[in-house]
Design a protein around this ligand. Structure first.
Ligand code: ZN
Length: 497
């Protein structure tokens, strides 16, 4: 095998990664700093560069390298990169170019139509666009292929290895346990008092607290930064430049505190990927689900735990209004963990969150499978909200129209949120056997946690598939029982059940 082909392949990947880094930086800028009038042209520039990436991924040269290099290198990173690039190549060339271009145009159009429809509570206005997006995705699924369910082909884009068969096994189990627990919680006589948490929290104090917490978590500010945005996100440009964004609500500190920790969890993953993977498609998180497992691990299993607040409550009080000095740690802890079914997914507590996801999963699976039609969605949505959460949206804006995902054609994405949560609980179970989790958190020694996650998950980037990681770390496949027992134990204590 020729050394030079391997080098040429690496050069091509480097070119691709460079365009991607430029796109990422522009996307970060658009969402944080760019002046309003910059948006249109910058979006066009991103479009041009994305086209370049697409051309590289599907080029004759790429095909030639992949054919020459399959299983041919002595370097495992090269072999994995070939595997990854081949999969992208094959999936991309299966979609006819003209159809792909029309789809990209539809996506951006549909997103702005959706935003208007949500604003004016007009599902009918969005319906024809959603119908087209669904039919494109059904065709894509046919191009890509699947074994059992058409939806599997879409799931594969976000969580390779997880199928309808897997989800249909775990979700009903989790749903049953959660709805039973929710019922007990609703009937509990001793309820937490979230009104305790009200107050005025000046932005600069929240900002100071956010910086301190990120530092405690092991986030490296020499390889990242924290900025403000409307819809918070974290973005890894490369492992030495991973940026976190957050939002400060002066009436509710929870938005920034838990939001920053969540995005910080995503960022730690990207910061700790093995530098040897740089400039390859392997230098990122392995899947949406594993990524979400990292953010949720920090947000919920660490930052919503009692030991965390045993350590951080004093620090918090220094940044909070004086009245918090008379609120006990116990009351504070119970209040930040209040469970209350809500209409809106992104405002959901950690217990009801997965129920929101299951509703979306069932609907999109049925849409892609051709069992229901887009026009039936609002009614079905409201019915499921009633069944699962016991609340009924007053209108489509707070119902079927609330999430951006479908307007961008992202079908198959939602389950990764819930999978991430199950993975996080499963990892937590294993971690607790290896380090004294509560003591470590109470002492604020997060370095141990970060190193544990880096050693077993972060450093591999895409060198391992999601379920391979779960198996290697926990010794078994996806097991939803850990999430159920974590939530049951936690909420039995909080609600004194
Ligand atoms: Zn996230």
């Amino acid at each position: 095998m020729s050394q030079s082909i391997e080098q040429e392949f690496k050069n091509l990947l480097k070119e691709q990664a460079s365009y991607e880094e430029a796109i990422g930086l522009m996307a970060w800028d658009l969402r944080t700093k760019a002046p309003k009038r910059a948006v249109d042209q910058r979006s066009e520039v991103i479009g041009v560069l994305s086209q370049k990436v697409h051309e590289i991924q599907t080029s004759e040269k790429m095909k030639e390298y992949l054919d020459a290099l399959t299983d041919a290198s002595t370097d495992p990173i090269v072999n994995k990169a070939v595997e990854e690039a081949r999969e992208t190549y094959e999936r991309t060339v299966k979609v006819p170019v003209e159809e792909y271009k029309a789809y990209v145009t539809l996506q951006s159009k549909a997103e702005s139509i959706w935003a208007e429809a949500k604003e004016s509570n007009d599902f009918k206005g969005f319906q024809p666009y959603l119908e087209k997006l669904v039919s494109y995705n059904r065709r894509f699924a046919d191009y890509w292929g699947y074994d059992h369910h058409k939806y599997d082909a879409l799931l594969h884009n976000y969580e390779p290895g997880v199928t309808v068969e897997v989800l249909d096994q775990v979700f009903p189990k989790v749903r049953k346990a959660l709805t039973e627990l929710l019922e007990q919680i609703n009937q509990a006589t001793d309820q937490p008092d979230p009104s305790l948490l009200k107050g005025h929290f000046p932005k600069d104090k929240q900002e100071a607290f956010s910086y301190e917490i990120l530092e405690h978590m092991g986030y490296n500010f020499e390889a990242g930064r924290l900025d403000e945005t409307v819809h918070p996100f974290a973005i890894g440009l490369n492992s030495n430049d991973v940026r976190v964004t957050t939002k400060y609500d002066e009436k509710d500190f929870r938005t920034a505190v838990f939001g920053t920790i969540h995005e910080g969890g995503h960022a730690l993953y990207e910061q700790n990927i093995d530098p040897a993977l740089a400039f390859t498609p392997l230098a990122t998180g392995t899947s949406m689900g594993i990524h979400e497992s990292q953010s949720l691990f920090w947000e919920n299993l660490v930052a919503r735990s009692k030991p965390f607040w045993q350590n951080h409550y004093e620090l918090f009080k220094r940044h909070a209004p004086d009245r918090f000095s008379s609120i006990s740690l116990e009351d504070f802890y119970r209040a930040v963990n209040e469970v209350k079914p809500s209409m809106i997914r992104i405002e959901a507590d950690e217990l009801t969150y997965s129920l929101h996801i299951m509703i979306r999963y069932e609907l999109e699976k049925a849409l892609i499978g051709g069992e229901i039609e887009v026009k039936d969605l609002p009614g079905l949505w409201n019915e499921k909200m009633r069944d699962y959460l016991g609340v009924t949206p007053q209108n489509d804006s707070e119902g079927i129209l609330q999430d951006i995902h479908w307007s961008g054609g992202d079908f198959g994405y939602f389950p990764s949120y819930s999978l991430g949560y199950m993975y996080a609980a499963q990892l937590h179970h294993t971690m607790k056997q290896e380090i004294s989790f509560n003591d470590v958190i109470q002492k604020g020694d997060f370095k141990q946690i970060q190193q544990w996650l880096t050693e077993r998950i972060h450093r591999f980037g895409k060198m391992k598939k999601p379920l391979e990681i779960i198996n290697d770390v926990t010794g078994e496949g996806l097991n939803p029982d850990y999430l159920v027992s974590y939530l049951t134990n936690k909420y039995q204590e909080i609600y004194k059940l």
